[in-house]
Write a protein that binds this ligand. Sequence first.
Ligand SMILES: Cc1ncc(COP(=O)(O)O)c(C=O)c1O
Length: 397
Amino acid sequence: MWTLSKRAMNITPSATMALTAKVAELKQQGIEIIKFNVGEPDFDTPAYIREACKKAIDEGMTRYSATPGVIELREAVCQKLARENHVQYSPAEVSFSAGAKNALFNTIMTIVDDGDEVILPTPCWVSYVDMVKLAGGVPVLVPCREENGFDLDLDALAQAVTPRTKALLFNTPNNPTGAVYSEQTLRALAEMALQHEFYLIADEVYEKLIYDGEKHFSIASISEDVRQITFTANALSKAFAMTGWRAGYVAGPQAAIAKINALQSHSLSNVTTFVQYASIAALQGPTDEIDAMVAEFDRRRKYVVARLNEMGFACRMPKGAFYVMPNVSSLYARKYNGQLLQDSNGVANFVLEAAHCAMVPGAAFFAPDNIRISYSNSLENLTRGLDQLAAAVKTLA
Ligand SMILES: Cc1ncc(COP(=O)(O)O)c(C=O)c1O
C-alpha cells in the first residue's frame, strides 16, 4: 500500500513555516521585511573556530569518526561541564550530536515508550511537543504564568505528575520567554523528580546568553542522585554563533548514553568529523568574542523592552536568551482592515502587513496572548522596525 506512516502523518510542520512563506511572498512583491523572527545569533562564528575547521580539513579529518564523537571532543565537553556547570562527567556519559535538536531527539527516543507522559512547562520551544509525539509519548503541557515572569509553577507541575510521568523537559534560559530558573526552583524540581521517579531533561542551549548578573544553574550539579536521572542537552549553536555547523551534545547516565549512541549509530553515524575538531577549539578557546556578543544582545534587550513599554505593550525584561515576549492583548478589540484583532496570530499578521516586521505569534509556543520578538538583529534594524510598529499601531481603528 502506498500510504505514509501514521508517525509521519502526525507530525505538525513547524509553526513558523507559514510565516516564512508569507515573508517570502511579500519580498517578491518588493516589500522589505525586517526579521524579528530569527532564532539564531546575527554574528559570525569567531575566526579562531573557523580556522580550526580549515586546519582539520587540511589535516584530513574528513572521514567517519566514532559515533558519539572523537574522544578528544568528549573530553573537552567533560572539561567544559566540570568548569562551567560544576558537574563531573566521563566521556562515556557524553554523546555528541548534530545540534541540541538531534541530542534532544535521541534522548526522547531513548527514554519514552508508547503512552509515557512527558511534562513540558509552557511557553516552550515547538519541537519538544512533536519529538515526544514521535516517540509515542504524550506531551503534558503545564503553563508558567506571565505575572510570575514565566517562572516554573511548581504546584502546577506537581499536580501534573502521574504514574505515567516519564520525564520533565525544561529549558533555561528559556525560548521564548527569556526566563531563567533559579537554583532554589531547580532544587525543588529535582526533589520532585527523585520522589516520583521521573527523568529530567535540561535544555541549556542559551546558558551563556544571560544578563543582569543572573547565573545559569545546571540541575545535574545538585547531587550524584540528580545527575543520574538528568540528561543535560547543550550545543555550540547559540553560544558560539555556530547554528549552521550542527554541533551539540547530551550528557547523562552512562547506560542511557550507550543506547543513545546505538540509536545514533543507525541514523546520523557521527557529526561531521572536521566540525568536531572545530568544536574542540570552540570549547577551549578565548571568550572575548562571546562576551562582546552577549554585551551587544544586552544593549538591544534593554532598548527593545523600553520601546515596547513606551508603545503601550506590557513587556517584561527577560533575563536570558535573545527574545522578548510582549503581551499584545492591549490591541484586542482594535480593528485592522475591518477585522477585530483577537489573538496573537491576528496581531502577528497585522505587524507583518502593516509594520513590515516578522514576529512569531505566541500561539506557536502556547502563549496565545504574546508575540515573540527576536532581538538578534542590528540596533539600526530594531529601531527602524519598532518605529514602523509604533506608526502602524497608531493607524488601528
Ligand atoms: C530551546 C531550544 N532548544 C534547542 C534548540 C536547537 O538547537 P540546535 O540548533 O543546536 O539544534 C533551539 C533552537 O532554536 C532552541 O531554541
